[in-house]
Design a binder for this molecule. Sequence first.
Ligand code: FAD
Length: 301
Amino acid sequence: MINKMIAATLPYMPKKLVWLFSKRYIAGETIEDAIKASQELNAQGIKVTVDLLGEFIKDLSQATENKDAYLNIIEAFEKNKIDGNYSVKPTFFGLLIDPEVCYQNIRTVVAKAAEYNNFVRIDMEDSPCVDEEIKMFRRLKKEFPKNVGLVVQAYLKRTLPDLENMMDMQNGTGLNYRLCKGIYVEPAEIAYKKYEEINENYIKDLDFMLKNEIYPGIATHDKNLIQPAYDLIKKYNVPKDKYEFQMLYGVTPELRQSIIDEGHTMRVYVPFGKDWFGYSTRRLKENPKMAMLIIKALFSR
Ligand code: FAD
């Protein structure tokens, strides 16, 4: 109860207080910070996917700025030979203002990554964005078959049918999805709400992917999903280079290491940028126990 109350007040907490918690989850504010964090992860044998923080912009000039920022990130990461790829949030490029402008912005980013034979993952946002994001993925996949992937969310009831519908793209160059539980608050008509149901659907989605030779980014920190994932990898005899595990920067490092020790590929999502507040409050809402710890630390000084 108290944790829920803390979670509800998070967006109103002073930035300095939220930063106390956030610094664990964010690589820093600048490209240099993100490169440094990525180099440290690479040195531990961990790949990265880098994300410039921000979403739901208010005007299209911000979308252009964000596209240009990503072009700079790609140049800097490639120059520094980071073992990693790029994650983008379509609302950050204008999806909810003008889907065509958003498409053109993301297309430019994917084209830049493709120049380096690299890859851009389209993060999945809340349910009003799903159709547009799938549409955008379809369009990009035609032009850049090897350089673009999508995220799907196991809490959405539509995800398995969506995966089935998108099978027409699984020809020759293959499909690459990140499978996560999903982070947004969605209505019960369209989303599973119970932990067990979400996990059950997660495993069904993963089973579908592995059975159909789709490359999954198995994105979770839930140890109850890791063993079933191992079991499916074994069941379908999936080679090590045909899937990967993914985690968020700073979350469950011990579990992460145990997966690496088993010999699986691990990629860490490295968020950075000045706009860290919204991202951090979402992480705090996921894990309000951390918020409690911050408050304790604050008052014990
Ligand atoms: P949970 O059941 O939520 O958590 C399992 C356990 O993990 C918890 O008990 C706790 O021990 C630990 N844990 C989880 N989160 C935290 C935390 N913040 N701090 C400390 N411990 C924690 N969601 C989207 O909707 N769209 C996306 O595009 C998207 N991309 C993602 C990319 C990656 C690489 C990852 C890992 C997640 C992404 N997510 C995305 C978020 C995801 O949907 C989940 O909300 C989030 O990962 C928590 O789910 P979980 O699978 O870890 O399971």
